[in-house]
Design a protein around this ligand. Sequence first.
Ligand code: P6P
Length: 338
Amino acid sequence: MENSTTPKLITIDRHINEEQDLHPEATGEFTFLLHDFTFAIRLIEREIRRAGLNDILGLTENINIHGETVKKLDQFAFEVIYRAMDHNGNLCVMACEEANGLMKIPEKYPKGKYVLVFDPLDGSSNIDVNITLGTIFGFYKRLDPTLRTDGTIEDVLQPGRKLVAAGYVLYGSSTVMVYTTGHGVNVFTYDPTVGEFLLTKKGLKMPEWNNQYSVNEGYYHKWDEKFRKYIDFIKTPSPDKKRPYSLRYVGTAVADVHRVLNYGGIFMYPGDKSHPQGKLRLLYEANPLSFVIEQAGGRATDGQTDILDIVPSSIHQKTPLFIGSKRNVDELMEFLNS
Ligand code: P6P
């Protein structure tokens, strides 16, 4: 179905202002929040485009909470977002992949009523080979919006259904920001010559189905039997030519999910014998991606529960993720529930 592209030239700042009418209670704070966030993204975008030109590639001595070596670009993205967002007085706390616990707002700055969760740079294993990277983000309102104190772990561990805005940035052949405030999905493409994100798709709706699937087949023998049966099924030729499905896998979740958002199909990162909860993080990866996909008419589940209904119990908890076109996810669920 043709998505409506907009003939008007609208920057993301102008769009955020216009969307503010959809959130009467968001008295400008929300606009400032997204404005500051997109400023951080512009700085990250510039650094990523230069990454091949300076010594930013390679490894830092830092190791993050998951025991993964943090590459300099990860560190840069993490620090830029934190420093761009810590003083505007609209956040009470942050949480992200690169920080062990809650990221407090410095004492000297006022606290606001929003919470930011983010993965500063998704796909870091692809940094050194110039393959697409992403940033994933979600904003919650704190549980008691009248408070002006530090946010708490309860303010952070909210189900994805409670997100007030979420989305991702894809640093690909061009840089796009895809986000939603619960009123449809909008896509902005970055024009580096003017330093602006311009609205390129409004109210994006994803295809109901497509014969493309995205999963790391290398783990086939570690998957449970029902999931293997589904994978075998979609690879078996059918008389109506709808099967076999085509496999597409970048290894950066944001890139794989963005392709599914636009073309349809399904992205999957299941649990397996050695990692029953899979690899992707619920709070700052699965939830924001699922919020976008659901807003575009798709579906996201952990194989039993809709991702957005899972109540997080810890900041870095993992979840199996099956996300994509509604009919593709429904087809998978028939096998998982068989
Ligand atoms: P695997 C990137 O490191 C990441 O966290 C996601 O962006 C991506 O979907 C996944 O890991 C890829 O993991 O096990 O297939 O290499």
